[in-house]
Every structure is written in structure tokens, then in C-alpha cells.
Ligand binder design. Sequence first.
Ligand SMILES: Nc1ncnc2c1ncn2[C@@H]1O[C@H](COP(=O)(O)OP(=O)(O)O)[C@@H](O)[C@H]1O
Ligand SMILES: Nc1ccn([C@@H]2O[C@H](COP(=O)(O)OP(=O)(O)O)[C@@H](O)[C@H]2O)c(=O)n1
Length: 230
Amino acid sequence: MKKITIAIDGFSSCGKSTMAKDLAKEIGYIYVDTGAMYRSVTLYALRHELFDADNQVKVDMLEKEMSNIHISFKFNNETGRPDCYLNGELVEKEIRSLEVSNHVSPIAAVPFVRQALVAQQKLMGQEKGIVMDGRDIGTTVFPDAELKIFVTADSKVRAQRRYDELKQKGMPAEFDDILKNVEERDYIDTHREVSPLKKADDAITLDNSHMTIAEQKEWLMKQYQKAAGC
Ligand SMILES: Nc1ncnc2c1ncn2[C@@H]1O[C@H](COP(=O)(O)OP(=O)(O)O)[C@@H](O)[C@H]1O
Ligand SMILES: Nc1ccn([C@@H]2O[C@H](COP(=O)(O)OP(=O)(O)O)[C@@H](O)[C@H]2O)c(=O)n1
């Protein structure tokens, strides 16, 4: 069967990676979580004090450091999804902290950061057979993707999902802080100059506020079957 490219974009914490990862597993495609890449650059920036006292990115210093930041993925047989590594260190847990979430959108708005990560993402998708999720996949990374999905959900529902997830992982979390973070990131992501978050003209919108994980999985599988002609 012909391999296609699947781009899943949308607002923060609405279930993009859950549905992308499940679909990729089921159809034997590679899955790439591009948010993990922006989060890894952010973790590096936090560890190397590349934010000033007002939480502004020290852009000149970050630019000098970019050649020292290497992000890779390795498939984890236990979870059935790829884990993200920063300079060879497994950082899956660290990059999901609220501290990283609170700093990631300004990092993701820096043009040279996007340029470097988008170039890496395009290479990963050269052979097709890939499901990639993020904010600019259908608009910038793979504008010719055969299937583009744009996911959204009510911000309170999204914050609750993220809150439940952090609690379950035993990580500190307050619902109001998460809601604020989700809404702030949505604002920065949709308003930045370089490839802002927006629905591609040919993307299919999914509002999953009232859908279960199983329902959205089934919906996505149907979209894939239509797009791949099977
Ligand atoms: N339809 C859904 N109903 C309830 N929880 C969901 C649903 N979809 C995803 N989740 C949960 O919400 C959280 C955020 O999902 P995730 O896939 O990480 O979102 P995103 O990739 O859009 O940030 C995860 O804990 C996930 O298990
Ligand atoms: N393709 C992408 C992916 C993420 N990002 C940025 O990275 C942040 C974290 O992405 P994510 O997908 O991990 O976020 P969640 O929705 O999982 O919370 C986003 O809020 C964006 O600022 C981006 O700019 N472009």
C-alpha cells in the first residue's frame, strides 16, 4: 500500500500526540512528536541559563549554543513510542515539566530555532510513512502532506487532561497554573511571526472536547483509510 505523510497540528494539550502515536503504531508508521524537540531546546536553555531575569530568551547566546544541541529519538519497545534524547540523555520526563511548558513558546518563536528543527523534521519525513504532530506541520514542514488534521478542544478540558496526566506521573501541578499556561502558549503560538499555529486550508478540523481517546482514534483511522485509499 502506498505510504503517505500525516500532519497533525493544533492547540496545546488536546490529544494530538495520543492520537498520532496510536495511529502510527497501528499502521506501522514512524511517529515524531515535534513538541518534544522544542521542549528539549528549552530544557537546554534553562540548564544553561539562557533566560534573563524577566524570562526573556538570551537570543545571541542561544544562537551560539545551537550547534551544541543535538536532539534524537529512539524507539522504546515498552511504551511503543519513541523517546526523546537531548545530547544522548533521555529527557522524556524532564521536558514535560510545567517549568519547561512555561518557557517553551518563546523559544519556539525564535526564527533560527525553528529553522534548525524544521530542517531536521523534513529529513525525517523524506521517505513518507510518517505521522508528525506539532503546530506547523501541515503549513510549513509538510505542506504537501496527503492527510492534515487540525485538533482543538475547550481550554478547560485541555487543562484538565494535562492536570490529570501530571498528577498521575507524580509531578507537581495546580489546575489554574496549567490553564494559564495552556492559554498563554496558545496565544504566543498563534501570534508569533514565523510559522504561527494556524489551520492549513486543506486540513480537517477535529474538536475532541467531548470525545474519548477510543473515539478519536477510530475517527483518525477512518481519515487515514480515506486518504491512503484503503
Ligand atoms: N479524548 C481524550 N479524552 C481524555 N483525555 C485525553 C483525550 N485525548 C488525550 N487525552 C489525554 O490528555 C493529555 C494530553 O494529551 P496529549 O496527546 O499529550 O496532547 P497534545 O499532544 O495535544 O499536547 C494526555 O494525558 C492524554 O492521555
Ligand atoms: N511544531 C511545533 C511543535 C511545538 N511547538 C512549540 O512547542 C510547544 C510545546 O509543544 P507540545 O506539542 O509539546 O505541547 P503540548 O500540546 O503537548 O503541551 C508549543 O506550545 C509550541 O510553542 C512549535 O512551535 N511547533
